[in-house]
Design a binder for this molecule. Structure first.
Ligand SMILES: [Cu+2]
Length: 118
């Protein structure tokens, strides 16, 4: 009987320790990313999704916001914004260089939509 009890305790402890290592405390971040269309969405989501520690990423054209679930031990919001800027999209803290911006397809040029009547 004692052995069974010991085994039971061991099993409980095993699961308890398992859970501790398996549970990564994810963090959620929402930040502005400029863009227009579905192509932008793919570009932005890929740029963020390629980073280590990203759990989910979703960008919406209407709100121009990226919502990311990530492991804060592996990646930071600054990393994500830098990666997005490198792909050609301005974020709230990072600006894409003109060189990269110019390589975007016409439909994705989000910067001067009001002055395209020339
Ligand atoms: Cu686009």
């Amino acid at each position: 009987m004692k052995i069974i009890l010991l085994m039971f305790v061991a099993v409980v402890m095993f699961f308890a320790s398992c859970q501790k290592t398996a549970t990564v405390s994810l963090q959620k971040a929402t930040f502005k990313v400029r863009g227009n269309c579905e192509m932008c969405r793919e570009r932005i989501e890929n740029a963020i999704g390629d980073l280590k520690g990203i759990e989910t990423v979703q960008w919406t054209a209407q709100t121009e916001e990226a919502v990311v679930e990530f492991n804060p031990a592996k990646v930071t919001q600054a990393d994500m914004e830098k990666a997005v800027a490198k792909s050609g999209h301005d974020t709230q803290n990072e600006k894409a260089t003109d060189e990269v911006y110019k390589t975007l397809p016409d439909c994705c040029l989000y910067r001067d939509q009001k002055s395209n009547h020339h």
